[in-house]
Write a protein that binds this ligand. Structure first.
Ligand SMILES: [Zn+2]
Length: 312
């Protein structure tokens, strides 16, 4: 896998969709046009007072209408006014919308939704980014870099090698024989394989949906666990984000497997909302122990939606 490249293909193809503007950096994020505004308007970026300000901080609502309020370090000269006008015009299509949150949107498809098809057409232009279906050892070895408890890493390693005792694997070893015995205990519809249980089952599908809301990622998911792993950690362009996503993925797989065993052997039910809450809290705790990301964050901020962009 081209590691230096691993996040770029993704970052090049997403942008922020502006909601209330509170979680998108005016100059840093890509939200109007195809590059961040600091690159489109470098001179004005130099003149900006707060280079970290969010979109929402650069304007206000007046009688239901959004008015941009630029803050410059000094008075704008006549020769610069033309640039300011161009900027105003440039961002006029992207006014905030008070009743929704900012989110990521996917540029490769016409509706902004992530799809496997649009992803793969892009990946042709960024070769060697995703692992081959049965992932090479080098790529899977990334799992050992996860800043997670050893038992969680071990379970995930076994899952990626398709060595967990799922019903399908037990049937192949002739331990479970009947169709009834090999059914997924969550949905009771399909045979419980690694792909089914961790990705395709309605129960775990819901978990990934909830999880993406937390992270602020709009995406469809590949239906193979090796590809899913590759895609998930590729969301992180910066090392700290990639480390965090790696830890989250490991945490998810480990806890899903625990929940599955509790359900199968003790009849204990579980639901996706509580599952994601558990992941958030565990990861917060792991972050304190293993220092996955350096930025200290209180638990409320950690658990809030669109979490990843708060770390950027
Ligand atoms: Zn199922």
């Amino acid at each position: 896998m081209g590691r230096a490249n691993s996040g770029r293909w993704f970052m090049d193809n997403i942008r922020r969709r502006i909601g209330n503007g509170s979680q998108t950096k005016f100059w840093e994020h890509k939200w109007a046009g195809s590059t961040p505004l600091r690159m489109t308007f470098p001179r004005l970026f130099q003149l900006a007072t707060d280079k970290e300000a969010t979109v929402g901080e650069w304007g206000k609502w007046v009688d239901g209408e959004w008015i941009w309020e630029f803050k410059w370090r000094r008075e704008i000269r006549a020769s610069e006014q033309e640039m300011v006008d161009r900027l105003t015009n440039f961002i006029s299509q992207c006014v905030p919308c008070a009743d929704r949150e900012d989110c990521w949107t996917w540029l490769a498809s016409s509706d902004g939704k992530f799809s496997t098809k649009s992803t793969y057409s892009i990946l042709k232009a960024y070769s060697n980014v995703l692992p081959r279906p049965n992932a090479d050892a080098d790529f899977l070895n990334l799992i050992w870099k996860a800043k997670t408890p050893h038992k969680a890493t071990m379970t995930t390693w076994r899952m990626l090698k398709n060595r967990l005792p799922t019903c399908e694997n037990l049937r192949k070893r002739k331990i479970l024989m009947t169709d009834e015995a090999t059914k997924c205990c969550e949905c009771d519809m399909q045979e419980e394989s690694t792909n089914h249980f961790f990705l395709l089952c309605p129960k775990t599908d819901e978990v990934w949906n909830e999880l993406q809301k937390w992270l602020g990622i709009v995406t469809a998911r590949p239906n193979h666990f090796g590809k899913h792993f590759g895609m998930f950690i590729s969301f992180g362009k910066e090392k700290k984000i990639r480390n965090l996503l790696l830890a989250i993925w490991v945490g998810c797989i480990w806890i899903m497997w625990k929940k599955r065993n509790e359900r199968r052997f003790d009849g204990k039910l579980w639901d996706s909302k509580n599952f994601v809450l558990e992941i958030k809290i565990r990861l917060w705790f792991w972050n304190m122990i293993f220092e996955i990301v350096e930025d200290a964050m209180d638990l409320d901020a950690w658990c809030s939606n669109d979490f990843i962009c708060k770390l950027l």
